[in-house]
Design a protein around this ligand. Structure first.
Ligand code: SF4
Length: 92
């Protein structure tokens, strides 16, 4: 928990807390997930976004672990997935 600021700094401190909250919301990590039960292995996602989606040794599409994901490319993969089995998941 952030230390509370007193006196004239109090309001400024609140603003900062609000900014921090906003930033915290922004920094919630979004990750793409694939429902492999519905995946038809067309590999369209790997074609559209090869840095994120790949076929693993077990023969399933997997999501490469990354610090930050290229949202536009993944949104394209979601849009073009014929089985609608890719979606964003937000981690708290
Ligand atoms: S585009 Fe969809 S159906 Fe095709 S391999 Fe990727 S996740 Fe599976």
């Amino acid at each position: 928990m952030k230390p509370k600021m007193a006196g004239p700094q109090k309001n400024k401190g609140r603003e900062m807390e609000n900014q921090t909250r906003y930033t915290d919301m922004d920094s919630r990590k979004k990750i793409p997930v694939v429902d492999i039960g519905r995946c038809s292995l067309c590999l369209g996602c790997a074609e559209v976004c090869p840095s994120v989606f790949r076929l693993n040794d077990a023969g399933y599409v997997e999501v490469v672990e990354m610090e930050a994901y290229p949202e536009d490319e993944i949104d394209d993969a979601i849009k073009y997935c014929p089985e609608d089995c890719i979606e964003w998941e937000t981690l708290e």
